[in-house]
Design a protein around this ligand. Sequence first.
Ligand SMILES: [Zn+2]
Length: 166
Amino acid sequence: MVLLKIVENPAQVLSSAAADVKKFDAELATLLDNMYETMVESDGVGIAAPQVNKGIRAAVLELGEEREVLEIINPVITEYSVDTNVDIEGCLSFPGLFGEVERSNGVRVEAQDRDGNLFEIEAFDYDARVLQHEIDHLNGVLFDSKMVRIVTEEELAEMYAEEEEV
Ligand SMILES: [Zn+2]
């Protein structure tokens, strides 16, 4: 596998809507494998194709405490919960930037797998947040535009320190 270069903001590919994937071929499979590798290497929980300079609707993420890998091709959010929550997000394309973003508690997503098979997934809480963040990427929407408050690295360090004490 190959580590890919992560595109950092600002970049045209990040702020443009990505194109539908039409070919479910070996090239797509290799891209997904390399995106996964790149995400793990960068300590991310999700990565969208535009972040590796591919303007196509594909993303890889990890769900749950088991960090189960999910690949979503041509995903569409078909349902959002009315209830929302605010939590801290970061993004591989914005090194050092963290902030609070309001997201729906739950989403239902329709997508295709790497072979083109349609599937549906329901996700809640943090998983739903990651899905919304990655699917935003495919629409050229970046988390800084939704941020309600920037969280400094000092604040983050304090939060982690408190968590460790518990
Ligand atoms: Zn991101």
